[in-house]
Design a protein around this ligand. Structure first.
Ligand code: CDP
Length: 207
């Protein structure tokens, strides 16, 4: 199976890289963060608390692929709700089959936090994409500004560090590189250089 698993902390450039790799390899791409974001949103819509296991699990079970196209899955509230529901084991279990099923037709590129460790532990290509917290915060801030937000950089960095800390410290599928992942630090790489570095790993592992 041609599975390319891309994990890493917030705003490390996983999505941009995954999209380009998928296009180059002719494989479908799944941004698994959208699953947790959409579940978080469903809980908020119902007036619930994303940390409530019963509500979050029920939302994960009724998630529909069309929910992934919602326009309100980005921004601070969605970030926090996603990372809240993502710490609940029953939510992760409910989303497992969808992620595995996505790659059954010849392979896929998936990005997230636990793709190489839990979802596809046998993936032939595992990348752990990271960058310094300051650089990742700057990128997320620029992205938010580009969408018209007046968020300030210090707040974006504080929220991002708190989310990374929660994602790394949780007991259910914590954020960490798989033992056999290749780490790509994009702090000093532009999108093209990150893509070339990743492509070299893919060629080496997939032939
Ligand atoms: O775009 P960004 O890197 O900021 O976040 P994302 O990939 O959309 O993920 C949002 C949140 O969902 C993360 O902070 C995690 O808590 C959770 N997540 C996860 O637990 N496992 C995944 N495979 C993907 C996302």
């Amino acid at each position: 199976m041609r599975i390319v698993a891309i994990d890493g902390p917030a705003a490390a450039g996983k999505g941009t890289l995954a999209r380009r790799l998928a296009a180059a390899l002719g494989l479908p791409y799944l941004d698994t963060g959208l699953l947790y974001r959409a579940v978080g949103r469903l809980v908020l819509d119902a007036g619930g608390d994303p940390h409530d296991p019963a509500m979050a699990e029920a939302a994960a079970r009724r998630l529909d692929p069309s929910d992934l196209g919602r326009a309100d899955l980005r921004g601070p509230a969605a970030d926090a709700a996603a990372s809240g529901v993502a710490a609940i084991p029953g939510v992760r279990a409910a989303l497992l089959d969808f992620q595995r099923g996505f790659a059954t037709k010849g392979g896929a590129v998936l990005d997230g936090r636990d793709i190489g460790t839990v979802i596809f532990p046998d993936a032939p290509v595992k990348l752990f994409v990271t960058a310094s917290p300051a650089e990742r915060a700057r990128r997320r801030w620029l992205e938010l500004r580009g969408k018209g937000s007046d968020a300030d950089l210090a707040t974006v960095e504080r929220d991002m560090r708190a989310r990374d800390e929660r994602d790394s410290a949780r007991s259910a599928a914590p954020l960490k590189p798989a033992d056999d992942a290749v780490v790509i630090d994009t702090s000093d790489l532009d999108a093209e250089a990150a893509f070339q570095a990743a492509l070299a790993v893919v060629r080496d592992r997939l032939g």
